[in-house]
Design a binder for this molecule. Structure first.
Ligand SMILES: [Ca+2]
Ligand SMILES: [Ca+2]
Length: 181
């Protein structure tokens, strides 16, 4: 009898835990950008998913290449604190094979203001068939923000070695709407 009561109690606890873990109202936003950069890195859309445990930012491009000659790379600036002007984090990554990525703290957009790498769970993956770059970072790594918004910029290298201009999502240094968890 005692065992039965314990089992029921355990079940009840498990049920509560599962309810709290379920993604209550995972929120997201999708924003399009015009075909305005004469290079495969051309940013076409950005999707921000604010999930229970992670923030996932997926960017879509026109023609991502594995070769370093593309020079394709991007920065996703993450604003987590409305009371502190500008982004608090920047996720930087190269979009060709052999490059790396990193999530850094920052005090603004200029890379002179970029700070230390964030300790925490984050990852970037490039899908060359779907023209996607997916950046996933744990909410813990971002300090458990209530809401986030992002600004995105990309650039590449031309065959003659010169760099393209920057392709920002919308206006330069502009953020998406806030996305609550
Ligand atoms: Ca574009
Ligand atoms: Ca801020």
């Amino acid at each position: 009898m005692r065992t039965t009561i314990l089992s029921i109690a355990t079940l009840a606890v498990t049920t509560v835990a599962l309810t709290q873990l379920a993604p209550a109202n995972a929120d997201g936003i999708g924003v399009r950008d015009p075909r305005d950069l004469d290079h495969g890195v051309d940013l076409r859309s950005v999707v921000v998913d604010h999930r229970a445990d992670d923030v996932v930012v997926t960017t879509t491009h026109r023609d991502l290449r594995r070769s370093f000659r593309s020079g394709s790379a991007g920065s996703v600036f993450i604003d987590t604190d409305p009371t502190d002007r500008g982004p608090e984090y920047v996720f930087v990554g190269g979009y060709f094979v052999g490059t790396d990525y990193q999530l850094l703290t920052t005090d603004g957009f200029s890379n002179k203001l970029w700070g230390e790498p964030v300790e925490g769970s984050y990852r970037m993956r490039v899908d060359y068939d779907r023209e996607h770059v997916r950046m996933r970072m744990s909410r813990e790594a971002l300090g458990h923000p209530e809401q986030v918004r992002v600004a995105v910029r990309v650039a590449g290298t031309r065959p003659d070695g010169s760099t393209t201009g920057l392709d920002w999502l919308g206006d330069p240094r502009s953020f998406t709407d806030w996305v609550a968890q």
